[in-house]
Design a protein around this ligand. Structure first.
Ligand SMILES: [Zn+2]
Length: 79
């Protein structure tokens, strides 16, 4: 069954895409490498760098995008 990471939205197609290789985990291997979700700051930082690389945009632009998308993710929804 395909799930999306509840922290970053990455599609997880194989068990190895899930944190700790646990296919029932709702987080991907980048957000929860050992099965525990990393802190919001750490994930935000990694996400910004990944965006800058993938989309070839400045840090400011990447930060703006992440700060728009991140609060909508189930793991980071503001309550
Ligand atoms: Zn993730």
């Amino acid at each position: 069954m395909e799930m999306n990471c509840e922290s970053c939205g990455m599609p997880m197609k194989k068990p190895e895409d899930h944190g700790a290789g646990n296919e029932t985990l709702k987080y991907c291997k980048y957000c929860a490498p050992d099965g525990n979700l990393r802190s919001r700051e750490v994930i935000r930082e990694g996400w910004i760098s990944a965006l800058m690389n993938m989309e070839d945009i400045t840090r400011k632009e990447a930060e703006k995008k992440v700060d728009e998308v991140m609060p909508q993710m189930p793991a980071w929804k503001e309550k």
